[in-house]
Design a protein around this ligand. Structure first.
Ligand code: CMP
Length: 133
């Protein structure tokens, strides 16, 4: 079994689709092993996205991620990282496959409804960042 970190971003929480996204997670067979609703501070968002600190979108992304509550979850499944990325679809909702969460609910490359870890090392960092042992 593998674990990954999933976030329902502020745009999706504002749209009142937490239930739809959690429903999809359960339908896909993931176990939800941790879950919390939090309003991140700008500093917490900056720390979480530290790998992107030199990207042009870093400031805007951190501002957006701290603009309202988010739902943070640890998902568990065989190949959870890959499978959650497939369920989300491509980062840019316009390029995401039909049937993916970002295609269905994303608004732009930044306001793309959900986040998921992209590799084992990132999953470990991201899970520990929000759910300290
Ligand atoms: P996420 O999976 O949360 O990881 C980094 C986020 O940066 C990404 O989703 C997008 O919401 C955001 N982002 C904003 N602009 C870009 C961009 N040009 N390329 C990639 N990610 C971007």
């Amino acid at each position: 079994m593998e674990r990954t970190l999933a976030i329902i971003k502020p745009d999706a929480v504002k749209k009142r689709i937490i239930g739809k996204i959690v429903g999809r997670i359960e339908e896909e067979g993931f176990g939800i092993v941790r879950m919390k609703l939090v309003h991140l501070t700008a500093d917490e968002a900056r720390g979480f996205y530290i790998v992107h600190k030199d990207k042009p979108f870093y400031g805007s992304l951190c501002e957006f991620m701290s603009s309202g509550p988010v739902v943070i979850m640890v998902l568990e499944a065989e190949e959870a990282i890959k499978r959650w990325r497939e369920t989300m679809g491509a980062t840019d909702p316009a390029k995401a496959n039909p049937g993916t969460l970002r295609r269905a609910y994303g608004f732009s490359i930044e306001r793309n409804a959900v986040h998921g870890s992209d590799a084992r090392e990132t999953a470990e960092f991201e899970i520990n960042y929000f759910f300290k042992k």
